[in-house]
Design a protein around this ligand. Structure first.
Ligand code: MSP
Length: 644
């Protein structure tokens, strides 16, 4: 027998910084869907997920919780596994960076890179963003010393540090990306990475001496390995890359298809640092990288703080797992952001799942029972309408496969639902209840019902990776054996005879949206996070404060910054002749539409600067903590009014 092709798929490993929300859960679900699809296709699959448990942020949040860091990460790792069990995620391995099997690999790699002088000791003086755990240059942070990635204030730090020679591999990586057009997807992200490399790579600081919670550098233990170098290694440490007989590594890393799935915010780490590490270690770059967009809420970014995140559990408990899996997959198109809105969720449940899908199954089975005592056989008298449905089944399977093979489950699911609509329309076109009144049309009627059951069977097989339980229920209702649910069976006419169940329980109930929205309110909120002890800055006098000219402004327009994911460019009316343009690091927290109309406080006498090429003539005031950021808003004042 021919050896199956292999498919190795990975999620990012999650920070144990709190309860995971639907944004985090999305990546894991997406990988689960692809893994299930590939398994059905006959691939030998391996799915890795896990936790990224080191770093200053974790140390700080454990301190805030008043427990040892290891206890803290143990607790969150367990909660995360519980969530994956609830979501029926079929992962094969769950790696934790605090595990010995991982630490050893990180330490060995580090020493190897040191020995071959790809890592060297130097000093780092720069602007450090604690949130992103990254250093930035003067140009990157601009005059305001704001992190170019997240917009938060940076601190100036000087420390002894080891560096990885990114510059040495710059050209090689650039060539690799050019030579492998599908290495980074979607293409827009690939272009971003190429542009970033073309702007020149600085060597990367890859060790820290300012905290302890990390993997120690063996030859210089006052240093811990930079959390990203540590974390990225998980993709091969979990496969036992340095084992004497690295079976999993040989099979899956050096196998047929390897896919790292990441959110757009962590693209650079995976598209630049990770491949360079591999090049330096002489490990082949076998993976492809897909960077997906983000789930947003109606008023902006999802966050773990109060009122700012949606968690999967209440939806699953109340509406069932498949409704949640369907919505989460369906609403995030390839490469774009998506909206998670409870009302839209309920409406999809009603329209797509209860009306279109559930009803198609109920009606079809009810008619087979009513008109044929539950049993129908294929008849050979197809009409044009039948041929059209048969063709639709065929094209659906083709389109679906092409989309799934291109890692586009949202689009693939839409194709299946268009077949569901087509089958419902087929019922209207063929009017079985009219045919039933005419004894001469018995065969025609049987033929119609047979077509419906075949369409449903194929729909069930296509929906398996996303809605496993509902598909199984459907197979049970149709009384279909496993051999008629496999890949090769996805053709019209595969199953010649049906004996369906006598009754069916509706797959999805129809819901009262208003009533459910009330019930769901508590699902979108969570306690405020604990305050971290940020020291108060040095004392100032009232004269120091008086230097600030704070004014009320109204945002009249707002757009995303073309060259920076985290920045929004607002047009602000300060009651002056000409509105000002202000660039702010708030894109992760607000959509441009949500900003328009806000009455904000502007630092009006701040020296104008260019932020990633866009002029910024002032600054908006906002409050923030580790998780969220809120722009300060006013209500009754007018543009130009003073704030003192
Ligand atoms: N620990 C790093 C990853 C290291 S991988 C070697 C990390 N962890 S994280 O917990 O902060 O984020 C994990 C993933 O969740 C990222 O891919 C991120 O893009 C994703 N998401 C966080 N919020 C999200 C949404 N609102 N929507 C979709 N994905 C989101 O980064």
């Amino acid at each position: 027998m021919a050896q199956s092709k292999t498919f190795y798929i990975t999620t990012p490993i999650y920070y144990p910084s709190g309860k995971l929300h639907i944004g985090n859960a999305y990546t894991t679900l997406y990988c689960d869907v692809l893994k299930r699809y590939k398994s059905l296709q006959g691939f030998d699959t391996y799915y890795l997920t896990g936790m990224d448990e080191h770093g200053k942020k974790v140390e700080t949040s454990a301190e805030a919780a008043g427990i040892p860091a290891q206890d803290h990460v143990d607790k969150i790792a367990q909660e995360t596994k519980d969530l994956w069990a609830l979501m029926d995620i079929e992962y094969d391995d769950f790696i934790r960076t605090t595990e010995k099997r991982h630490k050893t690999v990180v330490q060995t790699f580090f020493e190897q890179l040191l020995k071959q002088k790809d890592i060297y000791l130097g000093h780092y003086e720069g602007h450090y963003c604690m949130h992103c755990e990254s250093f930035f240059t003067d140009t990157q942070v601009g005059e305001d010393h704001l992190c170019p990635d997240c917009g938060r204030p940076t601190q100036t730090l000087k420390e002894e540090s080891y560096f990885l020679k990114l510059s040495k591999y710059e050209k090689k990586l650039h060539d690799f990306i050019v030579d492998h057009p599908d290495f980074i997807q979607p293409e827009s992200r690939r272009n971003e990475v190429l542009a970033f490399i073309e702007s020149g790579l600085n060597d990367l600081s890859v060790s820290r001496t300012t905290f302890d919670w990390g993997i120690k550098v063996v030859s210089d233990p006052k240093h811990v390995v930079y959390v990203w170098l540590d974390a990225l290694t998980n993709y091969v440490s979990a496969l036992g890359v340095l084992d004497q007989d690295p079976m999993l590594y040989d099979k899956y890393w050096n196998g047929d298809e390897v896919l790292h799935v990441v959110g757009k915010d962590i693209l650079r780490f995976h598209a630049i640092y990770w491949p360079i590490m591999l090049m330096a270690l002489d490990i082949p770059i076998t993976f492809k990288l897909y960077a997906h967009g983000w789930y947003m809420m109606k008023d902006g970014k999802m966050s773990k703080s109060k009122g700012g995140a949606i968690y999967p559990e209440p939806f699953i408990h109340r509406y069932g797992l498949d409704a949640m899996r369907y919505y989460m997959i369906r609403e995030l198109p390839f490469g774009s952001d998506g909206l998670f809105a409870p009302d839209a969720f309920l409406e999809r449940l009603n329209f797509d799942l209860a009306n279109d899908f559930g009803n198609l199954l109920n009606r079809s089975i009810a008619m087979v029972n009513q008109y044929f005592g539950g049993e129908v056989t294929q008849k050979n008298a197809p009409t044009d309408v039948d041929a059209a449905l048969e063709k639709k089944i065929e094209s659906t399977v083709q389109d679906y496969d092409a989309l799934m093979d291109a890692y586009k489950p949202a689009e693939a699911v839409q194709v299946v639902f268009s077949l569901i609509s087509r089958a419902n329309k087929y019922i209207d076109e063929t009017t079985p209840w009219v045919l039933a009144k005419d004894p001469a049309a018995k065969d025609t009627l049987e033929n119609v019902l047979y077509h419906l059951l075949e369409a449903l069977r194929v729909i069930g097989t296509l929906l398996q990776p996303v809605m496993h339980d509902s598909s199984q229920q459907l197979f049970k209702d149709l009384n279909v054996d496993e051999d008629a649910t496999v890949f090769a069976a996805r053709i019209y006419g595969f199953k010649p005879v049906y004996r369906v169940a006598k009754t069916v329980t509706p797959l999805f109930p129809r819901l009262d949206v208003a009533q459910e929205l009330d019930a769901l309110k508590s699902a979108t909120t969570q306690e405020a996070p604990k305050k971290e002890g940020i020291p108060i800055k040095a004392e100032i006098t009232i004269d120091d404060f008086a230097k600030l000219d704070l004014r009320v402004g109204v945002i009249t327009a707002c757009k995303a910054h073309e060259n920076a994911d985290r920045l929004l460019v607002s047009t602000v009316d300060l009651g002056e002749e000409k509105p000002r343009q202000i660039v702010s690091g708030i894109a992760g927290h607000y959509t441009p539409e949500a900003m328009v109309g806000k009455k904000v406080i502007v630092v009006a006498n701040l020296k104008p600067v260019k932020l990633r090429g866009e002029l910024s003539e002032g600054m908006l005031l906002a409050g923030s903590n580790d998780e969220t950021l809120e722009v300060v808003e006013l209500d009754r004042l007018n543009p130009g009014d003073l704030v003192k």
